[in-house]
Ligand binder design. Sequence first.
Ligand code: AMP
Length: 129
Amino acid sequence: MATIFTKIIAGEIPCYKVAEDDNFLAFLDINPNAKGHTLCIPKKEVDKLLDLDEGTYSGLMSFSRKVGKAIEEAIDCNRVGMAVIGLEVPHVHVHLIPLNSMKDATFQSKVQLSDAEFKEIASKISAKL
Ligand code: AMP
């Protein structure tokens, strides 16, 4: 069965898109640790990061680096942290999280955002790409 992220790629489920190319997609995490928390995914559906072929792995890191730099410019933060977890969605995704304190990296403390706020954040990050 297709993962929820494959459905997002196919346009069957909406997302707050930040960036896209032929092989990768970046969109805002729907339950963010912090404002600007973004997920970068390969369009190829693979469960675990270390099972990606080398080309897709390095392409994903390069894409995530570009998006992370745009987040650093667009969002007020000390730095952008990167994490790969994957316990909830079995489709490789890189979390890019604007960090101001360790709390932002714990996945225990979440921020609530309105639809308008998600849209504004996604377009602010996109504009820096
Ligand atoms: P994990 O698999 O543990 O790395 O976590 C999956 C992440 O995907 C969580 O931070 C969720 O909030 C996020 N997520 C799940 N469904 C969606 C969705 N439809 N749109 C955006 N983010 C999502």
